[in-house]
Design a binder for this molecule. Structure first.
Ligand SMILES: [Zn+2]
Length: 160
């Protein structure tokens, strides 16, 4: 598993730090907790509407299509297709600027838009010149260390 190490001195305002939503209880708890728990267990998941079948990303508590709250957590198909990409070399957020330049991409997983999602992510292991629209990609979970002892999880894409 890829690991990203963050410095120990980051302090974000509460509203800008979504990581508290990883907690299953407490004042910052939300229904999005499952997203982070599933990432920690190695799965990229999202919510799918049981009424109309729409898969939403990011996961939501209400379906963006029919506003139903009758949702279930589903694993996003592991293999997808590169839809768009660019290089991020300048203006990279300070906490990951040491990893720049890197490719940022939009990829489609599943049968988008009927039964799939279109999501953005970083591709660390391919250069811009090595990629083309339509390339097969897969998502993989990455571990983010810090600040401090906290361990967090996110995802990136890899060309296959
Ligand atoms: Zn729906």
């Amino acid at each position: 598993m890829r690991t990203i190490k963050l410095p120990d001195t980051i302090k974000l305002p509460t509203l800008l730090d979504p990581w508290d939503q990883q907690e299953p209880s407490g004042p910052d708890a939300t229904g999005i907790y499952n997203f982070y728990r599933n990432l920690a267990e190695g799965d990229l998941t999202t919510t799918k509407c049981k009424d109309c079948g729409k898969m939403n990303f990011p996961p939501t508590m209400l379906c963006s299509n029919c506003l139903s709250n009758n949702l279930e957590w589903v694993k996003i198909p592991e293999e997808g297709e590169l839809y768009a990409f660019s290089v991020m070399a300048l203006g990279v957020p300070l906490i990951i600027d040491t990893y720049a330049p890197f490719v940022v991409a939009i990829a489609r997983f599943g049968d988008y838009p009927e039964n799939g999602v279109q999501i953005s992510g970083i591709i660390f292991d391919s250069k811009y010149e090595e990629l083309k629209i339509g390339d097969k990609v897969k998502w993989e979970v990455i571990e983010i260390q810090g600040p401090g002892e906290k361990k967090r999880y996110w995802y990136c894409f890899r060309k296959i």
